[in-house]
Design a protein around this ligand. Structure first.
Ligand SMILES: N[C@@H](CCC(=O)N[C@@H](CS)C(=O)NCC(=O)O)C(=O)O
Length: 205
């Protein structure tokens, strides 16, 4: 299989983390493809978005939740995405919330990269507010949710997605200082960051 992406994309990181957690590293080759410049990417994904995963029969999967679900299906004994409905939708909700946080954080990255005169202070403030509101929502999740401190067996697609999202805020938006209002998440991230899959997929430009 071939994974198209960059090492700075949080959605690609989520897929790389899942590959690592599932022990599929040897079966997935990483193809560097920047979404704004790669013709190779456009040949496999007309949307021009990363990640994209070309699988062995030549088909291409797009969108990180779909790619992760496919990879997890290759390892039937994996517990990263529970089969029982209640747990499954809790995990998928956490993934969706983390991905939503990332949609905003990536939009904020792009906004800040515009020439100074074109940057909309309105957009910057709205994105920042929505990021901090989401951090509060996450901080207030009950301990019994899929977020609770993670012994080996409780790691799942949702909590790994959240780790990638919080670490992206550290990578691109340190000035937001999300930890100030979220001591629980701060502790949780410190713990989950010790995992090999997180250490081996650090963001880089
Ligand atoms: N929902 C998608 C989001 C993917 C996404 O937005 N990727 C960004 C890079 S971080 C991208 O390819 N942007 C290029 C563009 O929007 O033109 C997923 O989960 O895979």
């Amino acid at each position: 299989m071939q994974l198209y992406g960059t090492k700075s994309s949080p959605f690609v990181r989520k897929v790389r983390v899942i590959v690592e957690e599932l022990g599929l590293g040897k079966q997935v080759a990483f193809i560097h493809a920047h979404p704004f410049t790669s013709n190779q990417l456009l040949e496999v994904n007309p949307l021009g978005k990363i990640p994209a995963l070309k699988i062995s029969d030549g088909a291409v999967l797009i969108n990180s939740p779909l790619i992760c679900e496919y990879l997890i299906s290759l390892v039937p004994e994996s517990t990263l995405l529970p089969k029982v409905s209640k747990d499954r939708f809790g995990v998928l909700t956490l993934q969706a919330m983390s991905d939503g946080l990332l949609d905003i954080a990536v939009a904020l990255t792009l906004e800040k990269r515009r020439p100074a005169i074109l940057i909309s202070e309105d957009h910057v403030q709205r994105h920042t507010r929505n990021i901090l509101n989401t951090i509060q929502w996450l901080e207030q999740l009950p301990q019994s949710s899929c977020l609770c401190p993670a012994p080996e067996e409780e790691i799942n697609l949702g909590s790994l997605s959240l780790a990638c999202a919080l670490l992206y805020l550290d990578f691109r938006h340190q000035e937001i200082q999300w930890r100030k209002s979220a001591p629980g998440l701060k502790r949780w991230l410190q713990e989950i960051s010790n995992r090999k899959s997180i250490k081996e997929t650090a963001y880089s430009d």
